[in-house]
Design a protein around this ligand. Sequence first.
Ligand code: NAP
Length: 250
Amino acid sequence: MKTLGLIGFPLTHSFSHRYFYEKFERERLYDYNFLNFQLERIEELSDMLKNTPTLIGFSVTIPYKEKVIPFLSEISAEAAEVGAVNAVTVERKTEKIFLKGYNTDVHGFTETLRPLLNENIRSALILGTGGAAKAVNYALKQMGISSFFVTRKTQNISSNTINYSQLNQNFVKNNLLIINATPVGMYPKIDEYPNIPYQYLTENHLLYDLTYNPERSKFLEKGLIKGTRIMNGYQMLKYQAEESWKIFNS
Ligand code: NAP
């Protein structure tokens, strides 16, 4: 038996759990199972590893994408640069457990954005400054697209970061790609949306929402009204899960 898993807190509705069980069924992978590990503290990781000897890899979600890093024996160059890990392989060498961390959000975002790009999209606004925003920023850099983070913070913000209050017509006009990398608008708070000046959006804009529940967030709806193209986070989630699967079995 080979076990895959997910760590996070809380783990109420896990996409990964359903996704991998459906995959095991569909592809007749009867020697795999998938467990959710709801850890109240990241320090519980050691006991989880000891108690699950068949574990070959696990995904990492909120709030542990950064907190898991000190527990790793090795980290991929990509994940180190992003500063967040969402997939970890587990290798057992005699008594020692060897953990290596990866960031597959970068792959998921890159592969789903690429078909939507055109030569006019040279610069982007990333709403939020958390782990997902950092993965998006890294992916955009690899694709030659410059970006600004947009934050609620007003102090100690870096040079490529602006506050929502600075988002004027020029910023919106010059950044044809806008990515919501915040949880704003996600179920159950589906009437909320990021505080950007939607009136300046045009049909040349592309709005990408990393959230996927609801399928069409208020953020995306407000873009559609102005004629923008839209994309939600569901395909990204599938691409990152498949990439994690490849890594767990490598
Ligand atoms: P996070 O660290 O909890 O939050 C991201 C950032 O959002 C925060 O740093 C904060 O930035 C901003 N934010 C949080 N609450 C806000 C609010 N009420 N109003 C405005 N801004 C707020 O989360 P994350 O891990 O980066 O994930 C962000 C979102 O992406 C989540 O909804 C997650 O489910 C989704 N996601 C999707 C995929 C996918 O495959 N589709 C992958 C990863 C993540 P400031 O404090 O700087 O404003």
